[in-house]
Design a binder for this molecule. Structure first.
Ligand code: HEM
Length: 309
């Protein structure tokens, strides 16, 4: 251990963190990161067999699950890990909201979190399009219509943006490089800021509601214990996702047919499509935009230092 520590400095991770950081609710960010690790591993494997051009994309997905040993399972794990990341990131956001952890000095880290949440949603959308079946094609169709409504702001999403590279290839680039790369950079910043500000105080433990730090009286544990716990929770989650991947593998339909609308959007987007059903297509953009504007505005509007919800 001493030999390794002298060269890699890993004992620097043994700094103390307050005990409440180990609660399940306060571990949700770490569990989100664990799902992201599963997504990267399974995504790299999928990329060895997926063909991102419109002529063969759909067939390549159907072939990889039937012809390549283990890939049906890997695809299932990738799909379920994406669902897990969406759910745990949302639960983590809700925890941060209800414990007032977005308040001074953590406003910047809240905004980094909002950006990562947007990227998770974008990755889900792009992933849905990649399989190039009816569901994916209709998801893209909707997006192109919204892009048209946005005018210049939606130009990148429009089919006419590049005459040589199809939008499927561009979405593939976003899905496998740009989005995960941005999440990695933002997550590094996010985690460094958690270390710098320390984890926010537990609302029930602070004598003074406005405190920015856990009270010195709260017992601490080395951060390495927290990491061990996140690794254990991440493994348990992966076990559950593996069972789901076997029992409920994600579907992939045949090649899409143009000009019809017969599929339901993935459940992650239902809230947006409800708005569309009520008030029309532009509300996909207005609804999504309004939610993100509210999230961005929150720490600037709520200046009350009290953390109890
Ligand atoms: C999407 C991927 C995300 C990952 C991997 C992630 C990861 C983490 C981790 C590991 C922590 C340490 C504490 C904990 O686990 O609760 C944390 C804290 C924090 N996160 Fe996230 N997060 C993500 C998204 C978000 C979102 C969507 C928000 C809010 C909009 C957010 C805001 C914060 C804030 C303000 C803290 C500091 C909380 C405190 O000190 O109690 N994060 N994040």
């Amino acid at each position: 251990m001493d030999v390794v520590d002298e060269r890699l400095g890993i004992r620097a991770l043994e700094y103390p963190v307050p005990e409440h950081a180990n609660n399940l609710a306060w571990s949700l960010g770490g569990i989100t990161a664990a799902s992201f690790v599963v997504l990267i591993g399974t995504g790299i494997l999928l990329a060895q067999f997926y063909s991102p051009v419109p002529e063969s994309a759909n067939q390549s997905v159907r072939d990889l699950v039937t012809d390549v040993w283990g890939m049906r399972f890997v695809r299932g794990l990738h799909f379920w890990a994406a669902q897990a990341m969406y759910v745990t990131a949302a639960l983590h956001l809700i925890r941060v909201f209800f414990t007032g952890s977005y308040k001074r000095p953590r406003e910047g880290n809240w905004l980094i979190g909002v950006a990562m949440f947007g990227l998770v949603i974008f990755a889900l959308f792009a992933g849905t399009v990649l399989k190039w079946d009816q569901e994916g094609y209709e998801a893209l169709g909707h997006n192109l219509e919204v892009a048209e409504l946005l005018g210049g702001a939606g130009l990148w999403f429009s089919a006419g943006f590049s005459s040589r590279v199809s939008i499927l290839v561009r979405l593939y680039g976003a899905h496998v490089v740009v989005i995960p790369g941005l999440i990695l950079v933002l997550f590094t910043w996010h985690a460094l800021l958690v270390k710098r500000h320390h984890i926010s105080p537990h609302p029930s433990l602070t004598a003074d509601d406005g405190a920015e730090q856990a009270p010195p009286a709260e017992p601490t544990e080395p951060f390495t214990h927290h990491l061990r716990r996140i690794a254990a929770l991440g493994l348990a989650l992966t076990g559950v996702l593996a069972i789901l991947a076997v029992l409920i593998p994600p579907a992939v339909g045949p090649e899409p047919v143009e000009g019809i609308e017969v599929t339901r959007p993935p459940w992650n987007f239902w809230w947006m499509f409800t708005l569309e059903n009520w008030w029309g297509l532009p509300w996909i953009a207005y609804g999504g935009g309004a939610l993100f504007l509210l999230l961005i505005a929150l720490p600037f509007v709520d200046r009350n230092p009290h953390r109890s919800w």
